[in-house]
Design a protein around this ligand. Structure first.
Ligand code: ATP
Length: 356
């Protein structure tokens, strides 16, 4: 069993606290993705789990064993980096088998294991080449081969696809997902790319400024972000945030967004006059100007074939709508847009916390 448990994990670099008191459990066989903007601490957290960075405070256990003071090579983890970290003077076979040679495996056993891993990753024909003779995607597969050959109890990936072009990134993403389904090894994966996080993860952990902001199933984060930061970070194109007015004049408190008035119960902001309303571009639809709940002016539009992205100006606020590609729109034209009130998210403008 290779469950990973972080209890009150802290990382200080001199006087700077990079990780604040993180508690997290990763179940045996689970695929967990750490995601967040640059500098949020995701690599630091992963490197502490790998043993490449000292833990300032807290307890880290892997498979029930306290490993705070255990050397990286004795943690039974394998790590795949963004820059592959292959030895340039060795062949791909030697690179993949390196970890086994270090553990004094028999030559014939190493050859068998290397071939088995290369088959899984479809790089058998490349085993005699050196890293310089491989494409970026092939090198990354070789680096994964070196990780899987050791049959570790835990895989750690640090932005492994960042150096690949967009098409290859998508292919390798699928390959990593397939590999996990095949091997079932507990995996922790770091990325700044929310699409990668949503597509790969059983569970996504969103980090900001060294703290876990929200964790959950990818769809849970998409459907019910617990704050404005997660709402804007998860989902592409990003969620629109509109400034809306709270109207307490009637029997029922209403929130006015454009021409729409949405009733809101138990609003926990007694003195507020405004609220931040989140609406995803895919939850906005085109309608006539008369029927539009919002009537912005089109600033830029991007026909993508599958849909058309309209970036609009709504009284000085930017609003992105993902529209049916059949809708013909022009720059500087006013359009009518509608949405379903059930798809709105409400956030406290002071701290971004989800209200309802
Ligand atoms: P990126 O996606 O840019 O790699 P990240 O989320 O992985 O970012 P980390 O590399 O974990 O972020 O860094 C977290 C914070 O700790 C950052 O503010 C960074 O500047 C700081 N930091 C990282 N390593 C050190 C170090 N060796 N000394 C001092 N500060 C550091």
């Amino acid at each position: 069993m290779a469950e990973v448990r972080l209890e009150g994990i802290v990382k200080d670099y001199g006087g700077f606290r990079a990780i604040h008191d993180v508690d997290l459990d990763v179940a045996d066989g689970e695929f967990v993705v750490f995601v967040g903007p640059s500098g949020c601490g995701k690599s630091t957290l992963l490197r502490m789990i790998a043993g490449l960075e000292e833990i300032s405070a807290g307890r880290l256990t892997i498979g029930g064993r306290l490993v705070n003071e255990v050397e990286p090579r004795d943690r039974d983890v394998a790590m795949v980096f963004q820059d592959y970290a292959l030895y340039p003077h060795m062949t791909i076979a030697e690179n993949i088998g390196f970890g086994l040679r270090m553990r004094d495996w028999k030559k014939s056993d190493i050859e068998r294991k290397v071939l088995e891993s290369a088959r899984i990753l479809q790089i058998e024909s490349l085993l005699d080449r050196r890293p310089a003779q491989l494409s970026g995607g092939q090198r990354q597969r070789a680096a994964m081969g070196r990780a899987i050959v050791r049959e570790p109890s835990l895989f750690l990936f640090d932005e492994p696809l960042s150096n690949l072009d967009a098409k290859l990134r998508v292919e390798m993403r699928t390959q990593i997902k397939r590999l996990h389904a095949m091997l079932g090894t507990t995996t922790i994966y770091v990325t700044h790319d929310q699409t990668e996080a949503l597509t790969l993860a059983d569970r996504v952990v969103v980090l900001d400024e060294g703290r876990v902001v929200q964790e959950g199933h990818p769809l849970e984060l998409y459907e019910r972000p617990n704050c404005r930061f997660v709402g804007e970070f998860i989902g592409s194109p990003q969620m629109n945030i509109l400034d809306a007015v709270i109207d307490r004049t009637g029997a029922q408190t209403m929130i006015r967004v454009g021409a729409a008035s949405v009733p809101i119960h138990d609003l926990p902001l007694p003195d507020a006059t405004h609220v931040d309303v989140g609406i995803r571009p895919e939850h906005i639809y085109w309608t006539s100007l008369d029927e539009g709940l919002l009537t912005p002016k089109i600033d830029v539009y991007e026909p993508l074939g599958s849909d058309t992205m309209a970036i609009c100006d709504l009284d000085g606020q930017e609003l992105t709508a993902r529209l049916d590609p059949k809708v013909r729109i022009k720059r500087n034209e006013f359009i009518g847009l509608g949405f379903d009130a059930d798809n709105l998210h409400f956030f406290d403008p002071r701290d971004g916390a989800r209200i309802k």
